[in-house]
Write a protein that binds this ligand. Structure first.
Ligand code: GDP
Ligand code: MG
Length: 213
């Protein structure tokens, strides 16, 4: 049985609440450029920023810098709070959008330990990002010492069909290997974004209920 602040939970971080709402700590993982920030922004603010827009012209120096910075993913991680009602139950999602600091193991271990649920993201246009997805799963398992981790796999950039390098079948197979739900998403079109986050909350709740038995 769990105490109020979650001490005594067998695995995973303690539960917390804020303003009476249960807080769910979510971590978004995946290679640079797959759309982690775009997916997160669509979920929390219903907007899409395409900073590769070639029409930006004039202030090219600024945009060249911006492009470079985003391309190599040197912007720091960011966290966002979003309320949602999932299956009639209110939740506060505390979302950590990670950036290219995966090599700093201390920092990485820290957020992998704190996360209650993970979204591993790859891009359907980038085979390498697909191969890396299972590596992220291994990293989480290594830090958490358990295979029973709430997780959703997403294949983003579904709208870029002509550039597709990873099939739906491959994605489904990986998800069943990892034992997690799978969505093909488009941050650009806001397709299946809410579904991915809501399903992750359901996974957290389901596994919590199992542990409480
Ligand atoms: P991150 O490094 O994983 O955070 O990736 P970003 O969110 O910064 O996205 C990288 C690039 O891919 C940006 O130019 C985005 O506009 C673009 N992008 C992200 N998601 C999508 C998508 O679903 N469709 C398309 N067409 N472009 C996307
Ligand atoms: Mg990003």
């Amino acid at each position: 049985s769990l105490s109020e602040n979650g001490e005594g939970s067998t695995n995973g971080p303690p539960r917390t609440t804020r303003g009476g709402l249960r807080v769910y700590k979510i971590v978004i993982l995946g290679d640079g450029g797959v759309g982690k920030s775009a997916v997160t922004l669509q979920f929390v603010s219903h907007s899409f920023l395409d900073y590769h827009d070639p029409t930006i012209g004039k202030q090219w120096n600024f945009y060249a810098f911006l492009f470079f910075a985003l391309k190599v993913d040197i912007f720091p991680e960011d966290s966002y709070q979003q309320q949602a009602v999932i299956d009639g139950e209110a939740a506060l999602l505390d979302i950590l959008d990670t950036a290219g600091q995966v090599e700093f193991t201390a920092m990485r271990d820290q957020y992998m330990r704190c996360g209650e649920g993970f979204i591993i993201c790859y891009s359907v246009t980038d085979r390498h990002s697909f191969q890396e997805a299972s590596e992220y799963r291994k990293l989480i398992a290594r830090v958490r010492l358990t295979e029973d981790i709430p997780l959703v796999l997403i294949a983003n950039k579904l709208d870029l069909q002509s550039q597709r390098k990873v099939t739906t079948e491959e994605g489904k197979n990986l998800a069943s290997q990892l034992g997690c739900p799978f969505y093909e998403t488009s941050a650009a079109l806001r397709h299946y974004i809410d579904d991915a986050f809501h399903t992750l909350i359901r996974e957290i709740r389901r596994k919590e209920a199992q542990r409480a038995l």
